[in-house]
Design a protein around this ligand. Sequence first.
Ligand SMILES: Nc1ncnc2c1ncn2[C@@H]1O[C@H](COP(=O)(O)OP(=O)(O)OP(=O)(O)O)[C@@H](O)[C@H]1O
Ligand SMILES: [Mg+2]
Length: 299
Amino acid sequence: MDLGFLGFPNLSTQQFQNQRNIPGDPGEMLLDADTKRRVAVWLTNSKRPLWIYGPTGCGKTMLAEWIAHKTGRGLIRFSGHGGIEIEDLIGHLTLVDGEVVHQDGPVTTAMKEGSMLVLDEGDLIHPDVWTSLHAVLEGNPLVINKGGVTTIQPRPGFQIIVTANSKGNGENRDSYRGTKEMNQATLNRFTRLRMDYMPEPVELGIVKAKASPKMRGIADRFIQAANKIRESHIKGELSRGISTRDIIAWMATTKLFVETGLGPHDALIEALGTVWADGLDDDEAVAAKNLAILAFPEN
Ligand SMILES: Nc1ncnc2c1ncn2[C@@H]1O[C@H](COP(=O)(O)OP(=O)(O)OP(=O)(O)O)[C@@H](O)[C@H]1O
Ligand SMILES: [Mg+2]
C-alpha cells in the first residue's frame, strides 16, 4: 500500500494477508515532517527490526499501534522489565494431558501469526536475553533446543518493534532506572527511530484533539506552560520535564477540578500537582507550579 498517510504517496510498504489482532484506531497521530520521513523510509524497507527511542510520553507506543492500524498489521504488545527471562518471550515446555508441549510466548506467537511484536521498554530487558534472539532479529527461524529441537519459522509479516527511553547504550539511567546497556551486536541488527516531543505547533494540535471543547481554546497556554517547565528542566533547575501525555492529562484534570467548584487558578495548580508536579521534591513542585501559572496571566 502507498504511504500517502505519511505524506509520501510515491512510496509503498508491503501488505500481509490474514493478519490477526489488527489494532483499532488509536486516534490521529500528529508528527513533524522529519519523523514522518523516518517512519516512511523504514516502512518501505522494514526487514530490519525497529528500535524507537525517546523520552517518556512522546508517542512511541502510539506510533507502533498507529502504523499497525494504518497498514493493516496484526500487533502483539508486551512490556519489558529487568526480570524477563528468555522463556517469558519464546515460551516453555509444559505438560498438557500427560504430553510435553511447547507453550508459546509473545515472540513465538508473533512469529507464527506473522504479526508485529511491540516490545515496550525493551531496554529494561537484560542484554543476554537479547543475544539469544539474534537469529530471530535477522529474520531467521528460532531454534529451541530443549526436550528435543523445535524450529519455529517466522511467517511473513513478523516484525519486532522495540520502544525504549534510551538508545540502548545505557545512557539516561538517572532519569530511567533499570535501563540496560545492550550488546552492540544486538543494537547493530536494528534500525533506529529517534522521537521527541513534537515541535510546539504539532504538540498544540495533539493536545487540542484530545481536549474538551471548552479547554481547547486555552490549549496554547498549557503548551506555553509546558515549554517553560521544559526550559527550566534543561537549565537543571527542575529534575524532570513534562511529557505530551502529562499535558493531555493536566488539561483533562483541570476541567474536572473546575467541575468540583474550584476557581480556574486553583484548579490548574491542583491538576498539575496530581498529574505531574507532586511527583517532584516539594520545593521543586512549588517552583514548577509557580512557573506554569505564569502562562495563564488572567487567572
Ligand atoms: N505525536 C502524537 N500524536 C498524537 N498523540 C500523541 C502523540 N504523542 C503523544 N501523544 C499522546 O500521548 C500519549 C502517550 O504516548 P505513548 O504512550 O505512545 O508514549 P511513549 O513514548 O510510549 O511513552 P513511554 O516511554 O512512557 O512508554 C498517547 O496516548 C497520545 O495520547
Ligand atoms: Mg510506551
